[in-house]
Design a protein around this ligand. Structure first.
Ligand SMILES: Cc1ncc(COP(=O)(O)O)c(C=O)c1O
Length: 467
């Protein structure tokens, strides 16, 4: 064994204790850590011939990079849709690295980790009150979940026309319909060879709405004259968290042949609250659903799940099997995740989710979700009564989409956002909504309190006064 490795193994207790101390201090001071990194001109270092050892590597990391780590896991990081990491989720994540299982098969390598993954999917189905008729697994994020679900959709459409697309390839465009898809769903169409240009845009409802006009969807499905297609609906749009009408789409599914995929990356968590679960009513009739865990479940990056109806298992295997590797066994006889997901070897991504779900339960997630929504509404109310800011859409759930009342040019909005975020106390991201420049504040972090909203509001107003 290399001398440095030998020394680190002997000193393991000190090394891991140092990381544990640093981890505790970091999480406990997230509130005061800046949400934006200072400018840095960090030079890239070359690889040394002789290693410096783990303790010196930690010291070097702390000198060069630690101060540049932003509080994206903290309570006032409202950009994109960024969750934090609960204490139990961090424990699970550390143990994932320590046990270092390759999560693939039942009865094989990574046996227990695949079992834990299947159990965790069940816990999530229970959290969302979804039926056990969904099969699921873990991928890196909602983008890969959309990709996985749409790959099965593609295979389903092919099979309706007696084509095995996984084996024989696509011979032409397939109809894909959606009103306000997330950019990652469009990216998935590109990655799957379905062609992002082939997306048929369904009209949205009038007013400040991003949900689809169901009559327009019905007309567009009618126009397909029985040709099978794919409908991608939104279980929470990223700008204004609008939900498509699941009950109406479920009705259309009885009249027209289409695969129904719901991108509920963060909106799925509305199901945790008796007050908001109606937004998802009817979603159990979908063929597939995307849920992101590194958003509202508050597990560390990277983690999401795909949920696909059990009845489509064979199609999923057709799309993802390792068909020309006899040493991996028969994909239908022996269950292995490697025949259901894009990756073959995978880390035990379910463990942080398992830890946090067990640690905080339904009650814990109801309180995180309802608190996030309350914080978004609080900021929304302040904006509504302000003379300086203006809501671009009502606050429906956990995201506030707004702009400056008197200066809505892209430049003015960008200047304001740059000044706001450079203060390091709050982070938001720009957007364009119905042709207007604005910004979004998305609340999903388990630690955000009303005191944070007060601080955010103060920062927003003092930033304006600086102009
Ligand atoms: C609705 C929706 N779908 C998909 C994604 C993509 O998620 P990820 O970045 O985890 O791939 C997001 C991210 O914000 C989202 O809000």
């Amino acid at each position: 064994m290399n001398e440095q490795l030998k020394a680190d193994l002997a000193d393991l207790d000190n090394l891991l204790s140092a990381v544990q101390r640093q981890g505790t201090e970091t999480i406990q001071s997230l509130e005061i850590r800046p949400t934006t990194a200072p400018e840095s001109n960090t030079q890239t270092e070359a690889l040394n011939e002789t290693g410096i050892g783990a303790a010196a590597a930690l010291q070097l990391f702390n000198e060069r990079f630690e101060k540049l780590m932003v509080a994206s896991a903290g309570p006032r990081y409202l950009g994109f849709v960024t969750g934090g990491a609960t204490p139990a989720a961090v424990m699970g994540d550390w143990l994932t690295a320590i046990y270092d299982q390759n999560t693939q098969a039942i009865n094989g390598n990574g046996d227990v980790s695949a079992r834990i993954e299947l159990e965790t999917i069940n816990l999530l189905l229970e959290l969302f009150n979804l039926p056990k008729s969904f099969f699921g697994g873990f991928v890196t994020g909602a983008t890969m979940s959309n990709f996985t679900c749409l790959a099965v959709a593609r295979q389903w459409v092919g099979r309706q026309k007696n084509i095995d697309i996984a084996r024989d390839g696509l011979s032409g465009p397939l109809p894909v319909l959606s009103a306000t898809p997330h950019s990652s769903a469009i990216k998935s169409l590109a990655m799957l060879g379905l062609g992002s240009n082939n997306l048929v845009k369904v009209q949205t409802l009038p007013g400040a709405r991003e949900a689809m006009d169901i009559n327009d969807l019905a007309q567009k499905l009618e126009a397909l004259k029985g040709e099978p297609g794919i409908v991608i609906s939104s279980g929470g749009t990223v700008n204004t968290v609008d939900f498509d009408d699941n009950k109406a789409i479920a009705q259309l599914k009885t009249r027209f042949p289409f695969w129904w995929h719901i991108d509920a990356a963060f909106g799925a968590f509305a199901a945790c609250s008796p007050t908001y679960q109606h937004l998802l009513e009817g979603w159990e009739a979908a063929d597939s659903i995307t849920v992101d865990n590194h958003k509202w479940l508050n597990v560390p990056y990277d983690s999401a799940v795909f949920l696909v109806k059990e009845e489509h298992r064979l199609l999923q295997v057709e799309g993802f099997q390792n068909s020309n590797a006899p040493y991996l066994g028969d994909p239908l006889a022996n269950f292995s995740y490697m025949n259901f997901v894009p990756e073959n070897s995978r880390r035990q991504r379910a463990l942080p989710a398992w830890f946090t779900l067990k640690a905080y339960g339904k009650e814990g997630y109801r309180s995180i979700v309802e608190s996030s929504i309350q914080m978004a509404k609080l900021l929304g109310e302040k904006i509504e009564t302000s003379t300086q800011f203006q809501l671009l859409a009502p606050v429906r759930l956990n995201t506030v989409c707004f702009t400056l009342k008197n200066a809505t040019t892209p430049e003015a909005v960008h200047q304001f956002l740059n000044r706001l975020t450079s203060g390091g106390k709050v982070f938001m991201t720009p957007t364009v909504y119905q042709g207007r420049s604005g910004m979004r504040a998305a609340f999903v972090n388990w630690q955000t309190t009303a005191a944070d909203v007060e601080l955010i509001w103060e920062e927003m107003n003092s930033t304006l006064n600086l102009a």
